[in-house]
Design a protein around this ligand. Structure first.
Ligand code: PGA
Length: 257
């Protein structure tokens, strides 16, 4: 099962995530980090910067990208990651891959991105946020657990959640290119982070509900190496919270995150 760690603050989660990322990338001959956008990963990027983690030899792959934003739009995920990940951690943006969502090349965007990930040797560690509807990447409820990178339609709930980054919900794109659940499952290790009460239902369903394409994040139950870092509010609805706390408090020293 996933290792679930309930922390006090996003900063605490970020520090644990950064430590795990640093170690896993250091152990890899061709280090590849899977990066995510949204508010959730920011504490991890800050913690990587504070630790001074050396990312010089690494490659990074984004989970997803909007379709239809003008080139250079500040909310396009390449721009977001350059600002919030590369500038913060010192990562060279030349080594950052984001799905090509140019409408002229959309039909082949998925397979081309899959090929790039394969050529890089696969993702060693993937950072994940979770949507209030249980999505990971932009795999909305109903996404096949075996899906690969492809064009998807955003759920209205996701567009509502992301409207805060735009002038209005009407400006949030309807389509995206996202890594599939099968793509995410291929990563060596997954770190799923969630903070705040709006994530409590999604976290409970993902960790303790049935594995189902209705809750795309429940995919983590099929992965052999997952760390879930949640604050108290996001953990509030977990039935087995006491067990997760006991397991973490009694974690053998050799068994690292
Ligand atoms: P958030 O988004 O980190 O901004 O809450 C998470 C997601 O939609 O995956």
């Amino acid at each position: 099962m996933a290792e679930v760690v309930i922390v006090s603050t996003p900063a605490d989660a970020g520090r644990l995530a950064a430590e795990s990322i640093e170690r896993r990338l250091a152990e890899s001959e061709r280090p590849v980090l899977g990066v995510a956008t949204g508010s959730t990963p920011l504490a991890t990027y800050r913690a990587l910067a504070e630790r001074g983690t050396d990312l010089a030899g690494a490659t990074a792959f984004a989970l997803d990208e909007y379709v239809g934003l003008p080139d250079g739009h500040p909310e396009g995920y390449r721009a977001v990651l350059e600002r919030e990940f590369c500038e913060v951690t010192g990562f060279d943006s030349a080594n950052l891959h984001v799905p090509d969502s140019d409408p002229a090349r959309l039909e082949t965007a998925g397979p081309r991105y899959e090929a790039l990930i394969r050529e890089a040797g696969g993702v060693d560690v993937q950072i994940l946020g979770i949507g209030t509807d249980g999505h990971i990447g932009f795999n909305e409820p109903g996404s096949s657990l075996a899906s690969r990178t492809r064009v998807k339609t955003l759920a209205t709930q996701t567009r509502r959640d992301n409207a805060r980054f735009f002038d209005s919900i009407d400006d949030v794109p309807i389509h995206c290119v996202t890594q599939g659940l099968g793509t995410i499952r291929d990563a060596g290790h997954l770190i799923l982070l969630a903070f705040g009460p709006s994530k409590a239902n999604a976290i409970r369903s993902a960790l303790e509900g049935p594995v189902s394409s209705s809750v795309p994040a429940s995919l983590i139950q099929l992965h052999p190496s997952v760390t879930v870092l949640v604050d108290e509010a996001a953990a509030a609805k977990l039935e087995h919270a006491a067990y997760y706390r006991t397991a973490y408090a009694n974690k053998p020293a050799w068994q690292r995150l």
